[in-house]
Design a protein around this ligand. Structure first.
Ligand code: SAH
Length: 220
């Protein structure tokens, strides 16, 4: 991997290992998630000027008033999706591609990933990045993700990278039986929720307080 965009030492295995050690300290236990986060070159998804901070536990700006989520929350949401005991999680939908980082991590742990972005230049850039990195099991769509992607569903997992104002009936309707959705809900005060589709209906669990950019309507 080239060092040209990253500054001396940035991509070193020590830098990445420090992030993994920190994720363990923060309570992430899923070795598959930790391995994927070690593998995916996070510094290549942010601007050159921010690359030296790419492995810190912070969200960083990716332009258009959007941010790449902090490593902890990416790991946590994927860990919750993978904790399914009812159904193997194979086909996953992400809403809010942003720079494509979380989609790349998802692609390491799930066979089939769809991701949707409403801001065209972010969609373009993320598509190019995933192609350059030869990540081939992600389909990127330029569309308003609040309607989901019914033509490619139902999904075993759905993950939102932007906070919905309220629980979305449309999106949970695109879950397969036994499937699960992880999403931030709320405006000022936001909580991470897990929604499981059971035989009888849906089960919701409130997990932890979070801070995400809002889910917005329409394309931009
Ligand atoms: N997963 C991303 C984080 C992106 S931040 C990453 O790894 O970088 C959230 C993203 O959700 C932003 O890019 C924002 O434009 C997008 N977004 C917000 N509302 C959306 C909607 N209705 N449909 C699709 N994308 C949306």
């Amino acid at each position: 991997m080239t060092m040209r965009h990253s500054g001396i030492g940035m991509t070193s295995s020590r830098t990445r290992q420090r992030m993994i050690d920190r994720l363990r300290d923060q309570g992430i236990r899923d070795e598959g998630v930790l391995a994927a986060m070690y593998e995916v070159p996070r510094h290549l998804f942010v601007d050159e000027a921010l690359a030296s901070r790419a492995y810190d536990d912070v969200s960083l700006p990716i332009n258009y008033e959007q941010t790449i989520s902090q490593p902890y929350i990416v790991a946590r949401m994927i860990e919750v999706l993978r904790a399914s005991t009812t159904r193997p999680i194979k086909r996953v939908l992400e809403i809010g591609t942003g720079c494509g980082y979380q989609a790349a991590v998802l692609a390491h742990v799930f066979p089939e990933v769809y991701t949707m972005e409403r801001i065209e230049p972010l969609y373009q850039r993320a598509s190019n990045k995933l192609r350059d990195l030869k990540i081939e099991n992600v389909t990127v769509r330029y569309a308003d993700g609040s309607a989901g992607l019914p033509e490619s569903g139902p999904f075993d997992g759905i993950i939102l990278a932007a906070a919905a104002p309220e629980m979305s009936a449309v999106l949970r309707g695109q879950l397969a039986a036994g499937g699960r959705m992880v999403l931030p809900v709320g405006r000022q005060e936001q909580w991470l929720y897990l929604v499981e589709r059971t035989e009888q209906g849906f089960r919701e669990s409130k997990l932890e307080p979070v801070k995400f950019v809002p889910l917005l309507m329409g394309k931009a």
